[in-house]
Design a protein around this ligand. Structure first.
Ligand code: 13P
Length: 251
């Protein structure tokens, strides 16, 4: 099996002013512009996508959007479509737990977004993960989210990344242990293998996300089924995010 290139995402969520975004991306370009051994993607707030894409032009750091609407165009005030993102972003996060649980995104909507992203030629990061009250049935939750997310797909979309992010670990400082995260990511891989076959599952990159920082990344980076991280809070600090990316690349 060819080694999977790990991928580290920085999800800025609803943080940064325009000036802060410019400063952050300049620092990231200086720190990580030529990093071998890991793919780095930043997910800025949508108003700064153009600025960030311009600032990263010619570097190997890629740009993604945090969410998308499923329709290509129409009377959907405030929404952004996948065809609009094409050209400025190359990745889109779909089904982040904040979209599912704060904004009430349904399984059908997540599925429609995933289809829209693939149809537009963008690469999806499908986020899955259980809530604290679902911890006793994590496997069921993950299976349902994967089944619902990929409903209607006959093959694993090329270059799709899965982000396993237990909801209770996001923004809480209560990161999953590397062993638990490895077990869940291996479970996700086995579910992908059942559905799409072992070769597709073996080639799919699966990230861990939830309170990842420069101090704990090494534990995740060395796990066999964890292929990088989706980082929230620590991605707003250029030095911390750069350290995370370097640790992943070195593992
Ligand atoms: P934190 O790293 O802030 O816990 O956020 C994780 C996350 O939700 C990334 O998408």
């Amino acid at each position: 099996m060819a080694r999977r290139l790990p991928v580290v995402g920085g999800n800025w969520k609803m943080h940064t002013t325009r000036t802060e975004a410019r400063v952050l991306v300049a620092a990231l370009r200086a720190e990580l512009g030529g990093l071998p051994g890991a793919q780095v993607v930043v997910f800025p707030p949508s108003p700064w996508l153009g600025d960030v894409a311009d600032a990263l032009a010619g570097s190997n750091i890629e740009v993604g959007a945090q969410d998308v609407h499923w329709e290509p165009k129409g009377a959907f005030t405030g929404a952004i479509s996948a065809p609009m993102l094409a050209g400025v972003a190359s990745w889109v996060i779909v089904g982040h737990s904040e979209r599912r649980h704060v904004f009430g995104e349904t399984a059908e909507e997540t599925n429609a977004k995933l289809r829209a992203v693939v149809a537009a030629g963008l690469r999806p990061v499908l986020a899955v993960g259980e809530r604290r009250e679902e911890s006793d049935r994590t496997a069921d939750v993950l299976r349902r989210q994967l089944d619902d997310g990929f409903r209607g797909f006959h093959g694993l979309p090329p270059e799709v990344v899965i982000a396993y992010e237990p909801v209770w670990a996001i923004g809480t400082g209560l990161a999953a242990s590397p062993e638990d995260a490895q077990a869940r990511c291996a479970l996700v891989r086995s579910m992908l293998a059942e559905r799409f076959g072992a070769p597709a599952a073996d080639g799919c990159r699966i990230q861990y996300g939830g309170s990842v920082n420069a101090a704990n990344i090494e534990g995740y980076a060395k796990q066999p089924d964890i292929d990088g991280a989706l980082v929230g809070g620590a991605s707003l600090d250029a030095a911390a995010f750069a350290a995370i990316c370097r640790a992943v690349a070195a593992a």
